[in-house]
Design a protein around this ligand. Structure first.
Ligand SMILES: [Zn+2]
Length: 264
């Protein structure tokens, strides 16, 4: 993959010192662990313009899926055929936020070209892809909300403090170069008692150990951060948010982590 690479410090503690995690790299992209706080992340990020244009998430997902199938067709086939484990939960993920927030304004960060905020809420969105943001904006305006075309921090900054009752960060935080900064701004934009629902790949899953670099949570180079329970908890605390794991019983078997972060 030819694109400009930006070296990263640890997104949790800011340290410039990290060590490669053996076997967890591809095409010159390297997964590293922070020497100071153990946070796991990609050592370099593609330049922002590249992410917005050539590495659009949806496209990148299709490319990775195809490549994975070619590398290990049988394992991929089994993996895909046993996806029902996830489908049980997947249906209702958009409603998870309703468990913490009964009504009001809800923001979908990285909303894509659609409005998936449940009907009971006034929908808002932030989307980095221009064309997608425009589609989302027109759909959300029909229900009294809006979508902005911007990177997350900039987009969040355009709203008043304490504006949102809830925020959805579904399959987003793993793509974000500055996840702690985003959570800090998001915390400010939540009313007291408001909640963020976060879904991220679960680096702590047994499946990651079994499948190694073929684990579905690895996507080079568009997944920049690899959270496990401990590192998600620490980042939430650093952002001043209360942490609650939703999928308590599947914490080591679920490829994803479902978390509520609440503004105290
Ligand atoms: Zn660190």
């Amino acid at each position: 993959m030819d694109c400009e690479r930006i070296a990263r410090n640890c997104p949790q503690c800011g340290s410039a010192h990290h060590s490669a995690v053996p076997g967890y790299g591809r095409d010159g992209w390297t997964t590293v662990a922070c020497d100071d706080c153990d946070f796991v992340f990609l050592s370099h990020a593609p330049r922002y313009e590249a992410l917005s244009e050539t590495l659009a998430w949806s496209k990148q997902f299709a490319i990775e899926k195809k490549a994975r199938r070619q590398r290990s067709p049988v394992v991929s086939w089994i993996d895909e055929k046993t996806r029902w484990r996830l489908h049980i939960a997947r249906e209702n993920e958009w409603d998870y936020i309703a468990e913490k927030v009964p009504q009001g304004r809800v923001l979908d960060v990285g909303c894509g070209a659609m409005n998936r905020v449940p009907d009971r809420f006034v929908p808002y969105g932030i989307e980095i892809e221009k064309a997608a943001a425009e589609v989302a904006d027109s759909l959300m305006r029909e229900r009294g909300g809006a979508a902005v075309h911007a990177p997350a921090i900039e987009g969040l900054g355009s709203f008043e403090d304490a504006w949102f009752d809830g925020i959805i960060m579904r399959s987003y935080l793993e793509h974000e170069a500055a996840p702690l900064d985003v959570l800090r701004v998001a915390a400010r934009k939540l009313r007291k008692g408001g909640a963020i629902y976060v879904k991220v790949p679960n680096y702590g899953t047994i499946n990651r150990v079994v499948r190694g670099v073929e684990w579905c949570g690895f996507r080079f180079p568009d997944h920049l951060n690899y959270f496990d329970l401990g590192s998600m908890k620490r980042m939430a605390a650093a952002a001043g948010l209360d942490f609650e794991l939703r999928n308590t019983f599947t914490r080591y078997t679920n490829d994803n982590m479902h978390v509520f972060l609440t503004r105290p």
